[in-house]
Ligand binder design. Structure first.
Ligand SMILES: Nc1nc2c(c(=O)[nH]1)N[C@H]1C(S)=C(S)[C@@H](COP(=O)(O)OP(=O)(O)OC[C@H]3O[C@@H](n4cnc5c(N)ncnc54)[C@H](O)[C@@H]3O)O[C@H]1N2
Ligand code: MOO
Length: 423
């Protein structure tokens, strides 16, 4: 079946719509924050290490710092005795470093994991490999019955990180492991991108905030909570605007109000062809230029977008699953890019459809699905009762799966593409 309505002058496929939206997103401004607050923020410049790691040659085991040459030929029959002339603990250094000339081949230093290895010693033997002997002439002694590999159990200065080495790249989200790197090199102030401000406007006479009682014809607004929650998950600051009725002037005023505070305004509802669907008209009155006013997908066909010199207005459908499809497929990459993340494109994978979707559709259809891994491939299980206005299907869904356009839908066992709903 041919794709219907491709002639609509302002329609766009999901990929074209996404490309056009992403082209409007500029590099965000930068701020400096303490390391403590850096979790889930996005690094604004490449990061080079100011120091080397480890900062000194250190012991990797509890035991004895020795000179490997002294143990050459050590065996049960010909053990080697070493005298312990000092001790060094983590966080300390030798009180006095004896001159190299005073060092005897059979001298050893008691050492603990993380302590600096004193000069003149080239190897650490684990304490389990040594037999402790009685003290003689005021020195504790050990016996070793095996040779050891030169340099064993010593971490050399700079073997992990060299000063000036590039450790992290601009656009990286700072998770626990990146925070560990920054802390390890003593970086306590970090340049990150400012969070984008996203305003969400729920539109519809029928909408009521969840804490109120419903009366005739009313439903609870769930879309603005869903969009707000997703935006926060993705790293944006969210302004959730109160419900706006289906009234052109009120919608226009709400969008204007949000544009004063937000980089991106996301509306839900009132975007289709009904007599009381005013949002596109409102965006045009404000002077925003249409980017597309129809998206070749289902659900979410009415999804539209408008631009101002430095701002975007993205209008999602009111039906919850249509709103969700627009959110995941179009808004998510835009918000990720607006947070400064370099990794903002969605990753589609192939999977095996576990049930037929015999619903012909001229447009690509995005269904809610539960995806899991079998021995050799991803299995895509469609969620039952996945109608555009339904919300229960969200509970089990962990993916959106793409059913290609055509007269038959898709049959069980067919290969389909899917995208994860996690970050
Ligand atoms: N004659 C036509 N009618 C419709 C068409 C069409 O092409 N021709 N398109 C249909 C499609 S597809 C969709 S999707 C909807 C989209 O309409 P809107 O985006 O304008 O959304 P509304 O009409 O305002 O609401 C639709 C539906 O969703 C409920 N809703 C709205 N907002 C929320 C919210 N914040 N939280 C929860 N639920 C919400 C609303 O009560 C309606 O039931 O239009 C079709 N019609
Ligand atoms: O966008 Mo609508 O939800 O396709 O039915």
């Amino acid at each position: 079946m041919a794709i219907a309505n491709v002639q609509h002058p302002m329609s766009a496929s999901v990929s074209l719509a996404s490309m056009k939206l992403l082209a409007c997103v500029k590099e965000p401004p930068i701020e400096s924050i303490p390391l403590e607050d850096a979790t889930a923020r996005v690094l604004a410049s490449d990061f080079e290490s100011p120091v080397s790691l480890p900062p000194f040659r250190r012991a990797a085991m509890d035991g004895y710092a020795v000179q490997a040459a002294a143990l050459q030929g050590a065996s049960r029959e010909h053990p080697v005795e070493l005298r312990i002339i000092d001790e060094v603990r983590a966080g300390h250094t030798l009180l006095e470093q004896p001159p190299a000339s005073a060092l005897q081949p059979n001298d050893a230093v008691r050492i603990f994991t993380g302590a600096p290895v004193p000069e003149g010693y080239d190897t650490v033997v684990m304490q389990e490999a040594a037999v402790t002997l009685d003290a003689r002439n005021g020195y504790r002694r050990i016996r070793l019955e095996r040779p050891c590999a030169l340099g064993q159990h010593i971490a050399e200065k700079g073997e992990d990180v060299q000063e000036g080495m590039k450790l992290l790249y601009r656009g990286t989200e700072l998770r626990a492991k990146e925070v560990a790197i920054l802390a390890s090199v003593g970086q306590w102030e970090i340049n990150v991108y400012k969070r984008p401000n996203i305003a969400v406007i729920p539109i519809g006479d029928e909408l009521v905030v969840p804490e109120r009682e419903l009366s005739g014809g009313q439903i609870y607004d769930s879309n603005s909570y869903m969009v707000g929650a997703r935006m926060r998950e993705l790293g944006a600051s969210v302004i959730r605007y109160p419900v706006v009725p289906d009234c052109l002037d009120r919608i226009e005023a709400a969008i204007q109000d949000c544009l004063a505070k937000a980089d991106i305004v996301v509306t839900t509802g009132g975007v289709s062809v009904g007599d009381y669907d005013y949002v596109k008209e409102a965006a045009e009155h404000i002077g925003a230029e249409a980017i597309f006013t129809k998206t070749i997908m289902r659900p979410g066909t009415p999804t539209s977008a408008f631009r101002l010199p430095n701002q975007l207005i993205i209008c999602l459908s009111g039906n919850p699953s249509a709103c969700f499809a627009g959110l995941e497929l179009l808004v998510k990459p835009v918000v990720l890019k607006a947070t400064g993340k370099s990794d903002y494109r969605s990753c589609w994978l192939d999977g095996r459809l576990m049930d037929s979707i015999l619903k012909p559709c001229p447009y690509p259809r995005y269904i809610r699905a539960f995806v899991y891994r079998s021995e050799k491939e991803w299995m895509v299980e469609p969620i039952t009762n996945d109608k555009s206005g339904n919300v229960a299907a969200f509970a089990r869904a962990n993916a959106l799966a793409l059913i290609p356009p055509g007269g038959t839908g898709a049959i069980i066992g067919q290969e389909v593409q899917w995208v994860s709903l996690t970050k």
